[in-house]
Design a protein around this ligand. Structure first.
Ligand SMILES: [Zn+2]
Ligand SMILES: [Zn+2]
Length: 290
């Protein structure tokens, strides 16, 4: 594999729950969770929502005729984090190696869960028929390495079992927590202590991509659903001295105008809290150099 000269992250899917293509989501994008990380000679993909389909096409073009080795880290097996995998073109090319690492929540094993999604009632090709040398590994250690990239995983608060990942690259550290409901500052006492594990996990990260699906009013109607309230994620990121925060897992009912409005609100909260955290909303196609 070619060694890229710099570390970079690209968003291929930023949406939660279900893909929402169409004219009202063109700016932020309608595909579900998928990030591409190029760092220290490694190609690492975070989640396999529908954004992994266009990523796979781009990789097949880039690596035409050359073997491609990549690692796919899965946070959990809800639809919006795996549904694009059957359409991931590099998994159909025998010259490639696709290493999947993840933690499944259903207690039947990650391999069984992924294969189940491709059984005959749902899909024409079985997982075991994909020629791309797919190796599936259940996450057991919460610290491991992908080449020179050190990885930490943390169990987060989300129905079933879900994890977040922190990648330590030579260009800085990237934290990816697409689905998580932290303790809410407006509703629960002593949140800094209760959210301590999360704050420590993301502390001083260069890039934090985190579930910020609901605003304060929406969160009231969705307490316990496993997704974050914007006001809380901003506060947690500022407390942890994160350099750049990306609001992520946009609600499928939020159009572009609504996401922009939430971003403006998030920036006001960050300004009020002080600190140096830059706040942005994840947008499909956006590329960030580290
Ligand atoms: Zn999700
Ligand atoms: Zn989920």
């Amino acid at each position: 594999m070619e060694t890229p000269s710099r570390c970079r992250v690209k968003f291929w899917g930023v949406r939660g729950s279900v893909p929402v293509p169409g004219p009202t989501t063109v700016h932020y994008g309608g595909n579900t969770s998928c990030l591409e990380v190029r760092a220290d000679g490694e190609l690492i993909i975070l989640d396999a929502g529908t954004g992994i389909r266009p990523l796979g096409n781009a990789l097949s073009d880039e690596f035409a005729g050359k073997p491609l080795e990549l690692t796919l880290l899965i946070t959990h097996t809800h639809w919006d984090h795996i549904q694009g995998f059957p359409f991931f073109h590099p998994a159909y090319e025998a010259k490639n190696k696709v290493h999947i690492i993840g933690y499944e929540g259903a207690k039947i094993g990650l391999g069984t869960t992924l294969a189940g999604m491709m059984e005959s009632p749902y899909f024409p090709i079985a997982l075991k028929e994909m020629p791309g040398n797919i190796l599936i590994e259940e996450l057991k250690d919460f610290e491991f390495s992908i080449g020179k990239v050190r990885v930490q995983a943390m169990v987060v608060n989300h129905p079933g079992v879900a994890v977040g990942y922190r990648l330590f690259t030579s260009g800085g550290s990237i934290v990816y927590i697409p689905d998580n409901e932290p303790f809410s500052y407006d509703r629960v006492a002593d949140c800094d202590t209760k959210n301590r594990k999360l704050i420590d996990f993301i502390r001083d990260a260069d890039l934090l991509v985190i579930d910020s699906q609901y605003d304060n009013a929406e969160y009231d109607a969705h307490i316990g659903w496993g997704h974050g309230c914007l006001d809380d994620t901003v506060r947690i990121a500022v407390t942890a001295n994160v350099k750049r925060l990306f609001l992520f897992h946009h609600d499928p009912n939020h159009d572009d105008a609504r996401v922009t409005q939430m971003l403006e609100h998030a920036r006001k909260i960050a300004a009020k809290l002080g600190g140096n955290t830059i706040v942005e909303a994840a947008r499909e196609g956006a590329e960030i150099a580290l």
